[in-house]
Design a protein around this ligand. Structure first.
Ligand code: SAH
Length: 218
């Protein structure tokens, strides 16, 4: 796609769809305007990168719907000093959005191939504040904990205990919760001095959070 008018029009439609679905935070909208989703979607589906729809990526996974990326990012209330953990790098798109708002982003995925591909895009975009790792993110990253913000982009049955433990007091975590393949609820957790406050945001559908690091050919 090279026609500049077409590019501008698609961008406008993309931002319009985000706003009409409730993404109203200006910093989040600017980040999503700045980071080209087209770079994170390959092959046949690249054409549809600016539609508000999830799309298939490598390893049988999906890049989330842009409005869901926007709503989850907005719910995190990120400040420029924050250290953020993302579980489920996938294409790297969500991490790239987070990198525009936070001081540092750690992102982990159980698929080596996804991590390598995402790193390639971060490098191409000149993003230097993302550290990406191959790991089972259900255990978080004890060496880098605690985190100001945590975002999980795969569905767990419950918010994983190690992630709750790695959230700072005053920190926020957003996580889809529910049985895989069923409708899940997007939950926002705030850690207080004395415990955790939970609020349910909306119904969503994510791929499941799976155990362990994937084998090479999975
Ligand atoms: N945030 C991504 C979309 C994530 S799809 C994006 O912006 O494109 C969910 C991802 O979670 C998949 O890539 C899957 O491999 C990963 N995943 C599932 N279980 C995991 C686990 N236990 N640890 C780390 N990553 C996991």
């Amino acid at each position: 796609m090279t026609d500049p008018d077409l590019v501008a029009e698609r961008k406008m439609q993309f931002l319009f769809a985000l706003r009409s679905r409730g993404v109203t935070d200006q910093a989040v909208l600017s980040a999503m305007e700045h980071v080209d989703r087209g770079l994170f979607v390959r092959g046949l589906f690249a054409e549809r990168a600016y539609e508000d729809t999830p799309l298939p990526i490598s390893c049988g996974q999906t890049i989330s719907q842009p409005s869901v990326v926007g709503l989850m990012t907005q719910a995190l209330e990120i400040t420029p000093r924050d250290k953020v953990l993302e579980v489920g790098t996938g294409s790297g798109y969500q991490a790239a959005i987070l990198s525009q708002l936070a001081r540092r982003v750690y992102t982990v995925d159980r698929h080596k191939r996804l991590v390598m591909e995402a790193r390639g895009v971060f490098d191409a975009l000149g993003i230097v504040n993302i550290t990406s790792l191959i790991a089972d993110g259900s255990f978080g990253l004890p060496d880098q904990a605690p985190f100001d913000r945590i975002i999980v982009t795969a569905a767990a049955e419950d918010p994983p205990g190690p992630l709750l433990a790695q959230l700072k007091i005053g920190g926020i975590m957003v996580v889809p919760v529910g049985q895989s393949d069923a409708v899940q609820s997007l939950i926002r957790v705030r850690r207080t001095e004395t415990g955790f406050d939970y609020d349910e945001m909306r119904a969503v559908r994510f791929v499941p959070l799976l155990e362990g690091v994937a084998r090479e050919n999975d």
